[in-house]
Ligand binder design. Structure first.
Ligand code: NAD
Length: 374
């Protein structure tokens, strides 16, 4: 079992632990460390978590009391400020990114969605996790030549240079391409330099979308560094990855620019419907990693009877059915592949539509089955 002790906030920390307990196999008791635990200490861990949960509940109660007192005080102050004799009628500065909820519905003609930052983003792209060196260069180039305009990379994939090279070799103009990269946790304490490093490795003047890869120590500072980079024109849109509702509730009050997008594990066996609903209502676009279930799990999904039957009716592959299902749910998908045929196939999903009945059938396959720990 893995328990991630990186989260600073005790409440989301607890929920994180509880979430992970359901699915996982290892434990990380110290920051940035991983420890295998055996079954006999697992019981002890559960007891500990229960006791921390009680402490968290007390902590919550205190916070709520302080918060309520603060609200009453604020109401009294604003009441006196509204009185005719008051001259203090200056409005508090609104946070533009947080005040407007944007329409994040997909445009299937342009194959894009408009982010809350105002930029258009393609709804299907190439994931490059595990693509290295020439394989990465060739896959990126092949994808772009086959109509892809979104490429997903990350510092931790160690392939930002190859992605940049693939973009240049494709012959597709930079401004037509949407590049996503991510800062990793070990970069958060010095995010400003990490952003410059990403620009240098990709060899581009700006990054279309930069995400924080995981919740972790210094993540607020790192996000603020990304906000600064937006104002400097180095990054156009910013967002998060592997943040769920609890993490976001904790995170949002501390930042200025609303995340444009959240990238989380989503596939037919792990649908995260509650999270998707919450994010879309906030005008945040959802993006699926492991859209096909992830390496080692794709065959299971492709051979699923329901998916295979729907594929047969539409004369499409199971992969295409799953990708189309993501898009019709309003979730951006970034399937990973170095196989030119698969790369082409995954883009060829705009000449058919799943019926409401197809969607319902795939929706019913949810097993809350996470295929990775984060
Ligand atoms: P995926 O679900 O996209 O599955 C990839 C597997 O499917 C590969 O084995 C590939 O060969 C196979 N495949 C792809 N298209 C196929 C097709 N048409 N027919 C048959 N097989 C096909 O998993 P992934 O690539 O690991 O994830 C997608 C992307 O998400 C990654 O490349 C990466 O960019 C991103 N990612 C992000 C995180 C995160 O924490 N933010 C984590 C994992 C992955």
């Amino acid at each position: 079992m893995i328990i991630n002790f990186n989260n600073n906030n005790s409440v989301s920390f607890i929920s994180h632990i509880q979430k992970l307990i359901n699915f996982n196999f290892r434990i990380m008791p110290e920051k940035n460390t991983i420890m295998q635990i055996s079954d006999n200490i697992l019981e002890h861990a559960f007891k500990k978590i229960k006791s921390i949960s009680i402490k968290a509940a007390v902590f919550n109660k205190i916070i709520n009391t302080v918060f309520n007192s603060f609200c009453i005080l604020s109401l009294l102050i604003s009441f006196s400020a509204c009185s005719p004799s008051s001259t203090n009628n200056v409005e508090p500065p609104a946070s533009p990114a947080k005040s407007a909820v944007s329409d994040v519905s997909f445009n299937f003609d342009t194959k894009t969605v408009k982010l809350n930052s105002g930029y258009e983003m393609p709804v299907i792209g190439l994931g490059t996790y595990s693509l290295k060196d020439d394989i990465c260069v060739n896959s990126v180039s092949a994808a772009l030549q086959n109509g892809y305009r979104l490429i997903d990379t990350a510092y931790i994939y160690h392939n930002e240079e190859s992605v940049g090279k693939g973009i240049r070799e494709s012959g597709v103009p930079r401004e037509e391409i949407f590049i996503t990269t991510k800062l990793y946790m070990n970069q958060y304490a010095d995010a400003e330099n990490a952003i410059n490093e990403a620009l240098k490795k990709l060899d581009v003047d700006y990054i279309d979308l930069m995400l924080l890869h995981h919740p972790g120590a210094h993540d607020i500072e790192a996000y603020k560094a990304m906000e600064k980079a937006v104002s400097e024109g180095k990054i156009r849109s910013i967002g998060l990855s592997n943040y769920y509702i609890d993490e976001l509730e904790d995170f949002l009050p501390q930042i200025t620019i609303m995340p444009a997008l959240i990238q989380n594990e989503i596939h037919p066996y792990y649908q995260e419907n509650e999270v998707i609903k919450y994010m879309l209502e906030k005008g945040i676009v959802m993006e699926a990693w492991y859209p096909l279930g992830g390496r080692g799990h794709t065959a299971e999904l492709f051979n699923n009877e329901t998916i295979a039957e729907i594929a047969k009716v539409h004369n499409k592959s199971s992969a295409q059915i799953i990708l189309r299902w993501h898009l019709q749910k309003g979730v951006v998908a970034i399937p990973g592949s170095s196989n030119p045929e698969h790369i082409k196939e995954n883009m060829n999903i705009f000449d058919f539509e799943l019926t409401a009945e197809d969607m319902k059938k795939i929706n019913s396959l949810d097993r809350n089955e996470k295929h990775d720990w984060y």
